[in-house]
Ligand binder design. Structure first.
Ligand SMILES: [Zn+2]
Length: 152
């Protein structure tokens, strides 16, 4: 799923579970649960797509939304900020395995998928453009829950 959806889910975990020893591992596991749900994407190994302006713009918007989320969390929940932002980061972090691929392909270098990458590709069994509907639905539903939690 998109980074923002992982980050919102992680924030909800951080806001609802006060014990960090439960919240942090749960945030990590949440990543793979979300990736099991059919979501947005295209063919994982399409090098041309990874180099495209469209993909880079999509990535920038996704990262920008995460930065906005981090700022909003800091402003509204400064006292529990550390655990909430940690959970948001941990929930998003498994996607960092894609960073190496992104950099190498954009340098026109060969990318050999490692075990972690192959595992995450296996879990994401359904990654198609139509999955954008699921992403938007998740964004709205989890965003609504997050706002409720932040305002109480
Ligand atoms: Zn992922």
């Amino acid at each position: 799923m998109t980074a923002i959806n992982h980050a919102i889910t992680g924030s909800i975990i951080g806001l609802t579970i006060s014990n960090p020893f439960i919240a942090v591992p749960l945030a990590f596991i949440s990543h793979y649960f979300l990736d099991l749900i059919p979501h947005y994407g295209t063919k994982q190994d399409n090098d041309k797509f990874i180099k495209s302006k469209y993909f880079k713009t999509f990535l920038c918007v996704d990262i920008l939304l995460c930065i906005i989320l981090a700022i909003v969390l800091f402003i509204i929940k400064p006292t529990s900020y550390l655990i909430v932002i940690l959970c948001a980061f941990i929930a998003t972090s498994p996607d960092l395995v894609n960073l190496k691929k992104f950099i190498l392909i954009n340098q026109n270098k060969n990318y050999k998928p490692g075990l972690l990458y192959r595992m995450s590709a296996f879990i994401q069994w359904f990654e198609k453009p139509i999955g954008l509907i699921v992403e938007i639905a998740w964004f709205l539903a989890s965003g609504f829950i997050l706002v409720e939690l932040l305002l109480k």
